[in-house]
Design a protein around this ligand. Structure first.
Ligand SMILES: [Zn+2]
Length: 317
């Protein structure tokens, strides 16, 4: 029988960001509640986190940056690199657990124990650069997962779909010269949204030219534009690239009710986008897909969005 994995761990709540920060532990509680209330837990292979081997984090990040983050935690600093990046004494350890849990999940897929999985982790990762924390992110979880797949499991072509409403600047920069990882992102236009990158003309460079694809969405746009871009840009690009493994940066912050952006994606369109990605992974990646939580801040919408997301993964099996 084929299976869907669900990575969650109460220790992901230990990374505290202060009283008013949108990237709060309650996000993961809301997600868990939605999956539990939907009756999905008994059908899932539940995965707990273990800390990553630092060597895998070094596959993406500068060791001096890793040490700098550790020292900041030890010294009790409350923010790191930017005021957005609020931290506490447990941030370093929690970030290691996020990476470790994701790598364990990827391993289970590669070993055939599960077919696909959703990783409900904090802190998120796609804004983290090689030597810089940004946008609530410390380690670039998905980039590390891609390197792990290549270096540990011999996967040659990794496809990354990023449908967080913000452009994954860190992920793009890490792979922009690299034709072995295709990065597709659909996000709010950089003229209107953090982090100010992800324009259509950013297509990769050197040997990586043509392996980055950005589809910016204007404020007020939503379902119609997502349908068009996914059908006409994303799917043909991945049909050509044929990823052997698909990684997904899932952000629920493009939802109409999430006030982190001006993009208005409906609940139904969220499901449609994920179904298309799952179908694509079925066609090219033998169904091997791991989705990793990035943003999503509307606590009222997260339960349903997460439940639908996991249901789609279950139905793919
Ligand atoms: Zn986001």
């Amino acid at each position: 029988m084929r299976k869907t994995g669900f990575l969650h761990d109460d220790r992901y709540l230990l990374h505290e960001t202060g009283d008013y920060h949108p990237e709060c532990p309650e996000r993961l509680k809301a997600i868990y509640k939605g999956i539990e209330a939907g009756g999905l837990l008994p059908m899932l292979t539940q995965i707990k986190a273990s800390p990553a081997d630092q060597g895998w984090i070094e596959a993406v990040h500068d060791i001096r940056y890793i040490m700098r983050l550790e020292e900041a935690c030890l010294y009790g600093m409350k923010e790191f690199d930017y005021p957005d990046n609020q931290m506490c004494g447990e941030t370093f350890e929690t970030a290691f657990l996020a990476v470790g849990g994701i790598l364990d999940t990827v391993k289970l897929v590669m070993e055939g124990e599960i077919d696909n999985a959703f990783c409900s982790v904090r802190p998120p990762g796609h804004h983290a650069e090689v030597s810089k924390a940004m946008g609530f992110c410390y380690f670039n979880n998905i980039a590390i997962a891609a390197r792990y797949l290549q270096q540990k499991w011999g996967i040659k072509r990794v496809g990354i779909v990023d449908f967080d409403v913000h452009h994954g600047n860190g992920t793009q920069h890490i792979f922009e010269n690299d034709p072995s990882v295709f990065y597709y992102s659909i996000h709010e236009h950089p003229s209107f949204a953090f982090p100010g990158t992800g324009r259509e003309f950013e297509k990769g460079s050197g040997p990586g030219e043509g392996f980055t694809l950005n589809n910016p969405i204007l404020p007020g746009q939503g379902d119609e534009e997502y349908h068009l871009f996914i059908e006409e840009n994303m799917l043909p690009a991945f049909d050509a690239f044929k990823p052997e493994f698909t990684l997904v940066s899932v952000g629920f912050d493009a939802h109409a009710d999430d006030d982190m952006s001006g993009v208005s994606l409906s609940t139904e369109a969220y499901s449609w986008v994920m179904k298309k990605i799952v179908e694509m992974a079925g066609k090219h990646s033998q169904g091997r897909l791991v989705s990793i939580l990035e943003g999503g801040y509307c606590l009222a919408r997260l339960p349903e969005l997460a439940k639908n997301h996991v249901e789609i993964l279950l139905n793919a099996c």
